[in-house]
Design a protein around this ligand. Structure first.
Ligand code: GLU
Length: 507
């Protein structure tokens, strides 16, 4: 690659960032890192009507949480600042004028009402897809049809106008997409898009390509929904005499079930977040779940997104950031959409939880315990994490069993009915309590061995006695091994709990 790699993530601040947007940012980030290039954050806020308060901050915080931070852009600064399009407003006008003077664009004065009427008439005439294009433009009110003087007067009088791109007729637009290969459009399918408005605001199309060019963007990696805009962008680069960047349009993330793009509603329906962070809609007060608040590790989310549309070519599933950067290539991005898989996302979280050292998990667990009014030492919390991590998906699952922090407040009635035989069970547990009391070494291995000897001496099976011990310690039948729980809570507490269980269940 001869040119310096410079890529950008260019969201519009119209609401919370969808997980698909996070994936777009991730692929840009990895591509930049791989080639020692730059990853920019540009905020495309030219459409003030769709501006949502707080969305920009949300985007920046989301990228931070995910660990895919730009090295240039809004919130980061850089040689091409400002990176917010509304603050670059003055930069776009000369390019709109250049396009007009070179015959690639024209002024149009048709009012929104007039355009509306024409569309309605076309609909009535059974031509529903009326477009302002290379044919219809000659019947409209613009600088191609009106006398030059009139155009000047209208502008001088301050009459509102727009600048439209003059899409040529009967031309073929071809461009290379790194994911799709050669893409070919006919200009006859394209309309004369508005590029600029007399209020001084460019539209997305003009601002987007002017910024990509002036910010020296080498590769445009963006969602497939922008593919239909690409031929216009190519034509605009041509019209301005600029070299176009290389394009890569990422296929969609699809619903877990059925077809179509993954939406917030799918998440609500099937119970998983589609946003990285929780989002509160200011107008409705509605709160949408976020991966962060649901207890996901950002690395697990990123790892899941990496493989949602990109394949390493081998069976590797867990990637460190370094490995992601090394392995990532645009060529291995799939051409078709990938179904979102919420179970797989949970699986990734589970894998990352297992990979996290207990001491680190403890740091995350302690505040959750504190919120429940439980205070333990960091050392004890680490032991809890060590014991529970095999069966947990989220950090909160690590404190699933209250019994790790205090004696069971009650005993599972079904478990007791099934396993505890009054008289007989009480006697057995009393004897086992004496065995435990006599132990000097209270490690789970010793407890386990002594337990085996104990049931052998009684000529009883594991299934008859182990559940009693478990009920006494935890109040239930599921959970980690009883000897491990006993080791964790210690001899004194284990013995005390057996005693309480006998007193309670033998009553
Ligand atoms: N502002 C567009 C968006 O919100 C950016 C499209 C592009 O990357 O060119 O997705």
């Amino acid at each position: 690659m001869d040119k310096r790699v410079r890529v950008r993530f260019a969201p519009s601040p119209t609401g919370p960032l969808h997980i698909g947007g996070v994936r777009t940012a991730l692929y840009n980030y990895l591509f930049a890192k791989k080639h020692g290039g730059d990853f920019l954050l540009r905020i495309e806020d030219t459409d003030q009507g769709r501006f949502v308060h707080g969305a920009e901050e949300y985007i920046i915080e989301s990228l931070k949480w995910c660990g895919i931070e730009p090295n240039e852009g809004v919130g980061y600064g850089g040689a091409h600042a400002p990176y917010r399009q509304s603050e670059r407003k003055a930069m776009y006008k000369p390019y709109a004028e250049q396009l007009i003077s070179s015959g690639w664009a024209y002024y149009a004065f048709d009012t929104p009402e007039e355009l509306d009427t024409i569309r309605k008439q076309a609909e009535l005439a059974k031509m529903p897809n009326w477009q302002y294009n290379s044919i219809s433009r000659m019947t409209m009110k613009n600088s191609l049809t009106l006398p030059e003087d009139e155009v000047k007067t209208r502008i001088a009088k301050g009459e509102p106008y727009v600048v439209r791109f003059k899409m040529p007729r009967n031309e073929e637009v071809r461009f290379h997409d790194s994911i799709r290969g050669w893409v070919i459009f006919s200009t006859n399918e394209l309309d004369d898009k508005v590029l600029y408005k007399s209020d001084g605001m460019p539209t997305y199309h003009l601002a987007n390509i002017v910024d990509d060019h002036t910010m020296e963007i080498s590769h445009v990696i963006r969602g497939e929904e922008w593919l239909p805009s690409a031929p216009l962008h190519i034509m605009m680069y041509r019209a301005l005499g600029w070299e176009a960047p290389e394009f890569a349009h990422l296929p969609l993330i699809l619903k877990p079930d059925g077809n179509g793009k993954l939406s917030k509603r799918d998440g609500d329906r099937l119970g998983f977040p589609v946003f990285p962070l929780e989002w509160k809609d200011a107008s409705t007060g509605e709160i949408s779940n976020g991966y962060r608040e649901k207890g996901y590790f950002p690395k697990a989310v990123i790892n899941m997104l990496l493989l949602l549309g990109w394949a390493p070519g081998n069976n590797q599933e867990i990637f460190t950031e370094k490995e992601m950067i090394n392995a990532f290539t645009i060529e291995r991005i799939g051409k078709s959409g990938s179904k979102f898989d919420p179970d797989k996302t949970r699986w990734f979280n589970q894998q990352y939880l297992r990979l996290t050292p207990p001491e680190e998990l403890a740091e995350l667990l302690l505040p959750l315990l504190k919120a429940k009014g439980i205070t333990v030492t960091a050392d004890y919390a680490a032991k809890v994490c060590n014991l529970m991590s095999e069966r947990a998906v989220f950090v909160a699952d690590l404190m699933e069993g209250d019994y790790l922090f205090h004696a069971p407040a009650n005993y599972d009635a079904d478990a007791v009915a099934k396993k505890w035989k009054k008289g007989e069970s009480g006697m057995l547990m009393n004897e086992w309590k004496e065995v435990l009391t006599s132990l000097d070494d209270f490690s789970s291995t010793t407890i386990e061995n002594r337990f085996k000897e104990f049931i052998a001496s009684k000529e009883l099976g594991m299934g008859a006695v182990m559940p009693l011990f478990r009920i006494a310690l935890t109040g239930m039948l599921s959970g980690p091994s009883s000897s491990q729980v006993a080791e964790l809570i210690g001899k004194e507490e284990s013995v005390r709990r057996i005693k309480i269980a006998i007193d309670t269940l033998e009553k």
